[in-house]
Design a protein around this ligand. Structure first.
Ligand SMILES: [Zn+2]
Length: 305
């Protein structure tokens, strides 16, 4: 289950102090063939990237210094996770970190998929946009030797799989063949699952099938369940999900900063609707516990009397 805590952090770029929701635990049932986990409950991708409300800097937990509670702290930017991952990817590109950028774009695609997967299990236009960016970054990372040795064969496979999802079948087959030719660079453990997987996905590419499939074929029922359910639980309000671009978000942040110069923006971190529900559930539970305790108490008194 996805859990988090609320902490105050300092932006490494502008020094602004703001509240973030920091991911503590999460779990998943299975994965797609491009390793996207099917998380239980709240989608933790929402909690993995934080955007500074003052300057738009995007980073993960380790990029921000945790500090004690600050009374007039701001609140982290609340945006769909795909946009936050896109901002993170752009930052990594500026820093020349292609492997990290590829992973960030790939996660942006994962998030879109969890919101938009349809009955035919094909990726949406927005997801494809992110997948294509991830492919470019992963290729560049491989070229520049940024991918750790023990992950190289896996990333070569992943490029093939992402190309297949984008219907680039001919090129995809080449990358699957490249993976199969890398046996000597794989550990025994990796060999066991990666070779059969690459063969299976190559067959799909040969059949010109761009569908998202599970990593374990025996779990078809789970895929159907997921499609039926349509979406994962999101922390971001569904109305804003996938309707804002990274550039629009940056413009909004800039506009609110200019607004703040005249009127200081001081507000409490708001609770998400999910958190409010949790609080109500907790209070009800406590109410029932006290009521039961009182009841058994009065029963005891009656029997004693
Ligand atoms: Zn900042």
């Amino acid at each position: 289950m996805t859990t988090w805590r609320v902490v105050c952090v300092k932006c490494p770029k502008c020094g602004a102090v703001f509240w973030i929701r920091q991911l503590m635990t999460c779990g998943y049932a299975e994965k797609d063939a491009d390793f996207r986990p099917h998380y239980w409950g709240i989608n933790p991708l929402d909690l993995m990237v934080h955007v500074c409300p003052n300057c738009g800097f995007a980073g993960t937990d380790s990029d921000f210094e945790e500090i004690g509670e600050v009374e007039d702290a701001l609140v982290e930017v609340d945006a769909p996770a795909n946009v936050k991952f896109e901002l993170l990817a752009r930052r990594y590109l500026e820093e020349g970190r292609y492997y990290a950028a590829g992973k960030a774009y790939h996660r942006a695609a994962w998030y879109v998929r969890s919101c938009t997967l349809s009955g035919d299990c094909q990726v949406s236009q927005l997801e494809e946009k992110y997948l294509r960016k991830a492919i470019v970054c992963f290729k560049e990372a491989l070229k520049r030797g940024q991918v750790p040795r023990d992950e190289k064969a896996i990333i070569v496979y992943l490029v093939g799989e992402l190309l297949r999802l984008c219907s680039e079948f001919e090129e995809s087959i080449k990358w699957f063949e490249k993976t199969l030719a890398m046996q000597d660079e794989m550990s025994e453990d990796v060999k066991k699952w990666l070779l059969p997987l690459a063969r299976r996905q190559k067959r799909l590419a040969e059949e010109r099938n761009p569908s998202v499939v599970l990593i374990n074929q025996n779990h078809r029922a789970s895929r159907l369940r997921e499609v039926k359910r349509g979406t994962f639980k999101r922390l971001t309000a569904p109305s804003t999900c996938l309707t804002i671009t990274a550039d629009e978000l940056l413009r909004n942040i800039k506009a609110s900063r200019q607004g703040r110069a005249k009127k200081p923006l001081v507000r409490q971190r708001p609770l998400s609707s999910w958190e409010i529900k949790e609080v109500i559930r907790y209070l009800l539970r406590m109410y029932n516990v006290t009521r039961k305790a009182k009841q058994s108490d009065s029963k005891r008194k009656t029997t004693m009397g």
